[in-house]
Structures are given as C-alpha cells and as structure tokens.
Write a protein that binds this ligand. Structure first.
Ligand code: RP5
Length: 217
C-alpha cells in the first residue's frame, strides 16, 4: 500500500515538476512523502499562499545584478516589473572592479543554476554587463546607471562591446531597468505561453491608460 502511495506521489511530483519547472526529483521522495503525510511540511519544498495551499518555490529565471547598493533605486524597477509579471528572479550586488572573482564565479554558474537571462546595471566605467557576458552564454541585458556624466559614460561603456561578446543595452536609468525586465520577460515568453499572455495583458493595460489619459484643461 505504501509503495502504491509512493508511486502516486512520484507521478504527482513529475506533473508538478513539469508544470512549475522545478526539480523535485533531487530530494528523497519517500522521506518527503512520509513527512508530508505526517503533516510535517518542513521538509516539503512548498511555501504557503494566501489560501493555505502548498505552492512550489520557483527557481529564479532572471538575475538582476548591480555594481553597487547605490544602484538599487534604479534597478528596483527591473525587480518590480518582473515581480508584476510573475517572473521568478533574484537580485544582488556584484562589482566587476570590487569583486571580480565573485562576479566571474556567479556568471560561470548562472546557467547551471537555471537562470535564463541576466540583467546587469552599473554606472561610470560600467564593465559589469560585459564582464558577466564574457563568462556565460546566457543573454545579458545591460542597464547604464545615471552617473556624474548624466549616464553617458555608463551608456557607452555598456553598449560599446567589441564584436564577439554581446550585451543588449537598454536606456539610461529607470526606463532602462524597466525595459530590461520587459525584454527579459519577452525572451522567456518565446517558450512560455502563460508569460506571453501576461506580457500582452501588460501592453493592453498600458495602451488603455494612454488612451484614457485626461489632460488638465
Ligand atoms: C559602479 O560605480 C556602480 O555600478 C555604481 O553605479 C557606481 C558608483 O558606485 P558607489 O561608489 O556608489 O558604490 O561600480
């Protein structure tokens, strides 16, 4: 009877892995099933949602990297846009200059961790996106941070990559961060219909807001 239950659980798990794209097979199935059936959810890789239903923790698909904590006010626009679209993401500070080894290590391991797009924002002599791109085959989107030179230095040092290692560079500042997130979502949406629908809904809502705008006269 227990083996039947474990088999059913394995099928259920395979379906969930398929739906949510997270690797549940790495954990010891039988132990987790026993723990779950004992109502001890501490070993179950789910979080509780508002309705108290078990929900899987999704692995991040997009990483938002910034060269300094001072970049957060700009780069939060990327995080918030991805959150709005329901794209699992992670954000952290890494510097091409101040933490070169950690930056390279992050970039080399990114694809194997399941990340699919990297957004990198930096200001001044902004090498971050280029350095990350040098260490991974994943698409890297660069956001030039507004700087003492109005972000022109950041823009040129992010965009002007010599041929061979591309960085898709967005606009300077908040608009660039927001668009980097939308572009990352569009890249993922080429193989994700649900996300494509969310992007289309986002565009529709945006168009409606423009068309219903009231001028102050
Ligand atoms: C870059 O230098 C960062 O991306 C940031 O935009 C700029 C200034 O950094 P802080 O001096 O504010 O840490 O590496």
């Amino acid at each position: 009877m227990l083996s039947d239950a474990l088999q059913r659980n394995a099928k259920h798990e395979a379906r969930l892995s398929n739906i949510f794209g997270c690797d549940l097979s790495a954990v010891n199935e039988s132990q987790r099933f026993l723990d779950f059936s004992r109502n001890d959810r501490t070993s179950w890789p789910f979080t509780e949602n508002l309705y108290n239903l078990p929900m899987p923790e999704s692995k991040p698909l997009v990483a938002i990297i910034m060269g300094s904590k001072s970049d957060w006010d700009t780069m939060r626009n990327a995080v918030e846009t991805l959150d709005e679209l329901g794209v699992p993401n992670e954000a952290r500070v890494l510097s091409a200059h101040r933490t070169p080894d950690a930056t390279a290590e992050f970039a080399r391991g990114a694809a194997d961790r399941g990340l699919r797009v990297i957004i990198a924002g930096a200001g001044g002599a902004a090498h971050l996106a280029g350095v990350i791109a040098a260490h991974t085959w994943l698409p890297v989107l660069g956001v030039p941070i507004q700087s003492k030179l109005q972000g022109l230095d950041s823009l040129l040092s992010t965009a002007q990559m010599p041929g061979g290692i591309p960085v898709g560079t967005l606009a300077i500042g908040e608009a660039g961060a927001k668009n980097a997130a939308l572009l990352a979502a569009a890249i993922l949406a080429t193989s994700d219909d649900t996300l494509r629908q969310k992007l289309e809904a986002f565009r529709r809502k945006q168009s409606e807001a423009v068309l219903s705008a009231k001028l102050p006269r």
